[in-house]
Each structure stands twice: as C-alpha cells, then as structure tokens.
Write a protein that binds this ligand. Structure first.
Ligand code: F6P
Length: 554
C-alpha cells in the first residue's frame, strides 16, 4: 500500500526528536554572530535556479539544524512521495485521486500514462483549443451579437478559478496584448457586479464562466446575473454563444446552464482548484498575455518541477522553504508566515498563496484520519512592500510573536523611474537586515546619550527603542517578473506546500472544511428568506436573521 495511505507520525521520527533537542540548543543562537563567525554563510545558505536566487542565510539555522531538517524530510519518505505526485498516484486519498497539476506543464512529446491513458496529448489538445480561441479573439474574428469584435473578457469564478488567473494576469501586465481587457468577477456581493457591469459594453464583452465543479454558488449567481444583464442590454438568446463560454469538468451542468457545448473547455478532476491556473482555467491569462507567453509560464513552472524532482534535498528550493517553515511552526511555535513581495505587479501574490497554502495545509488529521499531535499549516498573510513597512512591519520588528517572512523582489524593474527601483530593492534588503540585527538596549541607550539626553530620560526611552532582532526571513530575488520566472515562483510555493503536507502526513489536495460553510450558508439563506423556520438555529444566528428581516420588512 502506498505510504500516503498510512502516513508516518512525524513526531515519532528520530529526526523530529533530535530537532526538539536542537531547538533547545539553539535558544541562544544569534544570526548576527553566525554571520560574524562564518564568512561563507551567505554562499552556503543560498541557492540559484533558473534566474532565481533564494537567500535563506537569515534564519535560525546552523549546519546541524539543516542536516536534521533534511533527515526529517528523508525519514518522512519525501522522495517516494514526490514520485507519487508526479506519476499520478492517488496522493489525494480522501477523494482517491491524483493531483496532476505538474502534468499540465509537461512539454509536448512527453508521456504520462495514468489508468491506461496518456494524459499529455489530452492536455495539449486543450492547449491547442485555447490557442485557436485566443487567436480568434485577438484577430477580431470572434464577434459579438452586433458583429463587433470582443474587447472585454470577464472571468466569472472564485477561489482557484479566480485567484491564480487574477494574480498572473495582473503580474504580467507588461506582457499584455493590445486591445483585450480582462476583468474578474468573483464575489456574490452585488456591488462588485454593479461596478463592473457599469464599465462594460454587452456588444463587445465575452464572459468566461470558470468553475471546475460548475456548482459554486457565487459563480452560478454571477453567471445568471451576467446573462440577465446581457439580455437587458440588447443581447439575444440566439447569440448567447457569442458571449458566454465556460471552463469546467462538469460539461453537463455547463450545457444545462445554457453554454454551447463547443464553447466549453474541459478540465479534469485530477486538477485541484488552487492548482488549476495552468489548465484552461488560465484562459483569461492566455487572452491577456497571449498564448506564447502562457506557454512560457508553463515552461517556467516545469523547470521548477524538474528542479524539485531532481535536486538533492539540501539544494532543493521547495524542500528548503518547506522544512524551514516546519522548523518554525513545529519547533518555535510560529503561527503565521508573512509573504512580502516588493513589486507592484506581485501585489496579489499573497492572496493566491493564502488559498494555495491555507486550503492545502489547514488540516488536523493525517491521510489515514488519525489526529495530528503537532501544528500543521500557518496563517499566511502579508502584502506589498514598501507599503507594509508603514503598516504591519512594526509587529514584525517589535511584537511578541515570531513571524518568519519571505521577501520577494525582482532585480530589474519594468518601469525604471529615476532611482525608485534602487530604493525599493534597498528597502526590501534593509527590512530583512533590520529584522535580523535589531537594536540592543545598550545601543538604544547609547544613541539617546549621544543626543545629549539625561540619564533618567535614557532609562525611560531606551526599552521602547530597543528591537529584539534575530527574526528570520528568506529573500527570493527574481531576475525580473516575466512569464517564465513567475511560473517558476508559483510552482516553487506549490511544491513547498506539498513537502510540508508529506512531512505532516496530511492531504494537501482536499478541502472538506470549506463544505460545512456552504451547507450552512444554504440553511441560513432558507431561514432568512422565510422558506424555513427559525426554530433550531442558535440564538445568535436567529437574532442576526431577525435584525436583517426587520430592516427589510414592508
Ligand atoms: O472554496 C472551495 C473551492 O472548492 C476551492 O477549492 C475552489 O478553488 C473554489 O471553491 C471554486 O471551485 P469551482 O472552480 O468548482 O467553482
């Protein structure tokens, strides 16, 4: 039986127990001292892959710890688990299916036979269909009901059918093709629909209903609203196929909704929603940046896939990031992890990672259903720098919580304005430096004395100005934000998440917790609209329903 059906209890592995001792040994470890003692620390604790540099030297890390973390990865059977992932074994045990987002990145001519079928030709057939569709729209051959070419694409989808495509489209704005605008409609909040539809012309708008399941409430309600809006604007039923296409694995439901069968691009149940931007769910990306750039995105991810499969663990970027994350959450009680991209175009990266990481690793049992006795996924949060420096970085510097951070920054800017990029890059580096160095009480006191303050004022102010330091971070430097590097960056975090799930023994590819909210949402809606009695709901929910109903009465 494959190991993931019967995962190991990580806390019983020898390396885990040695790491517990190592944590105690590291109590007085100071990164600044480690740098002073080792001129090669940066070289030894940094990695390069395909135009990407990972500096992990500013961590609570020494050789023994790194070695133990790599042993933990080995003892967790990571290598066979990676092979199982890439080979299409059912790594998603609760749903008994593989998670084959990596297959979507494989080059043509490759082969991956799962259950007797070679998936690569299927995948490339869909890529060809996407190419044809993109070309027709870009060349003005796809016409709306009044024979005008399409100018605006609206992607209707939520979760993985929104966050990945939105992140990539916005991140690759400098690669956008002329003439096609992409919009995203995700939330059921009518205000989002209202604001967007006000800016659109129905004659030249194409809606992509993007839903793997074609059963997601928010998406279906928005798709219905879009259809009503399109008809109210003068569009005809007969021309609906010119304005609505779908991406789904539930072809039947999409057809029933009214999408023409030839307008439905398939995805497969072996692609998880939060891993689906590489599939036809990425159609808005392809429409925005063109198909050759979309293929570059896939190529970048595939290059990271190969690195992940082949590099020894100690030189493997996803493995290093994952094991450092485990070091902090399971041995240092860190409960959150900050993602801090210093690039305007990556401003939605944290949001995408929130779904990728928290929906994947927010689990409390192992694949076999046994309870975890140690923490699993962290809270992922953060946002674009420098903005965060003037908001939440204060807590990173002087708060009582340990928050490891990933800084992400390109060397080359798409928009060199005076010396802004030098300043941006300098700020990124100086933040990780400040987190590491901090400022001792003595230093703070001396600075105050140097300013001529009396001793009682020095004693009063110095504790406020002292900064603990020794706070860990990784820095990822990309050559520049381009399709290939972005593909590699996203794939890097996908694999980081997978490695952690293997060590914890959890399933990174299901999300049963989300389902309860969906079921209760339906129940509350029935009560709110008077279709079901309030009896049986808790008093808080009843009170809140009544408040709403009183306002809407009469
Ligand atoms: O919110 C749960 C979820 O199932 C996500 O995993 C998924 O990305 C999202 O809903 C959207 O699902 P679908 O593409 O099926 O509409």
């Amino acid at each position: 039986m494959p190991h993931y059906h019967n995962p190991l209890d990580a806390s019983q592995l020898p390396a885990w127990q040695q790491l517990q001792q190592q944590r105690l040994n590291m109590q007085d470890f100071r990164m600044t001292e480690a740098f002073a003692a080792d001129a090669q620390r940066f070289q030894r604790f940094s990695l390069n892959h395909d135009g990407m540099l990972l500096d992990f030297s500013k961590n609570l890390l020494d050789d023994t710890t790194l070695d133990l973390l790599m042993q933990l990865a080995e003892q967790s059977q990571l290598q066979p688990a990676i092979q199982a992932l890439f080979n299409g074994e059912p790594v998603n045990a609760s749903e008994q299916r593989p998670a084959l987002h990596t297959a979507l990145r494989r080059p043509i001519g490759d082969s991956l036979v799962v259950d007797g079928e070679d998936l690569i030709p299927l995948i490339h057939d869909v890529l060809n269909n996407m190419t044809e569709l993109v070309n027709r729209i870009h060349n003005g051959l796809w016409r709306g009901y009044s024979e005008k070419p399409i100018t605006d694409i609206v992607n209707i989808g939520i979760g993985g059918s929104f966050l990945g495509p939105q992140l990539v489209s916005e991140a690759l704005l400098p690669f956008a093709q002329q003439g096609v605008h992409c919009h995203f409609l995700a939330n059921i909040d009518g205000s989002e629909f209202h604001e967007l539809s006000n800016s659109l012309n129905a004659e030249t708008t194409l809606f992509i209903v993007s839903s793997k399941s074609f059963s997601t409430l928010e998406t279906l309600k928005n798709a219905q609203a879009a259809r009503s809006w399109y008809l109210a604007q003068g569009g005809s039923e007969a021309s609906i196929h010119r304005h609505f296409i779908a991406v789904s694995s539930n072809i039947e439901a999409a057809v029933e909704f009214g999408i023409a069968a030839e307008n439905i691009l398939p995805i497969w149940d072996w692609v998880g929603g939060r891993y689906s931007l590489w599939s036809a769910i990425g159609l808005p990306i392809a429409l925005y940046i063109g198909m050759s750039n979309f293929k570059e995105l896939l190529a970048g991810a595939w290059s990271m896939d190969q690195h992940f499969q082949n590099a020894p663990f100690a030189e493997n970027m996803p493995v290093i990031l994952a094991m450092l994350g485990i070091w902090y959450s399971d041995f240092w009680q860190a409960q959150s992890h900050a993602i801090l991209p210093y690039d305007h175009y990556l401003r939605n990266f944290t949001q995408h990672l929130q779904q990728l990481d928290m929906e994947s690793n927010g689990k409390h049992v192992r694949q076999d259903g046994s309870a975890l006795s140690y923490p699993s996924g962290s809270v992922i949060w953060g946002g674009v720098g420098c903005n965060g420096q003037h908001a939440y970085h204060q807590l990173l510097h002087q708060g009582t919580l340990l928050v490891p951070a990933d800084f992400i920054v390109p060397v080359v800017s798409h928009n060199q304005i005076a010396d802004h990029h030098q300043w941006l890059y300098a700020n990124c580096l100086s933040q990780s430096q400040a987190l590491m160095q901090g400022k001792s009480l003595e230093q703070a006191a001396q600075e105050l004395r140097d300013k001529g303050l009396p001793e009682d004022e020095v004693a009063r102010l110095a504790p406020h100005k002292a900064i603990p330091g020794n706070r860990p971070s990784n820095t990822l430097v990309l050559e520049r934000i381009c399709p290939r590097r972005l593909g590699a960056l996203i794939a890097l975090y996908e694999h980081k998440v997978f490695v952690q799930s293997v060590v914890w023994g959890t399933n990174a590819f299901d999300q049963w917790g989300v389902e309860l909210g969906k079921v209760l949402g339906e129940d509350v809606y029935q009560r709110l609209t008077g279709q079901a009695s309030l009896n049986g709901a808790d008093a808080s929910t009843q009170g809140l329903i009544n408040f709403f109903r009183n306002r809407h009465r009469g």
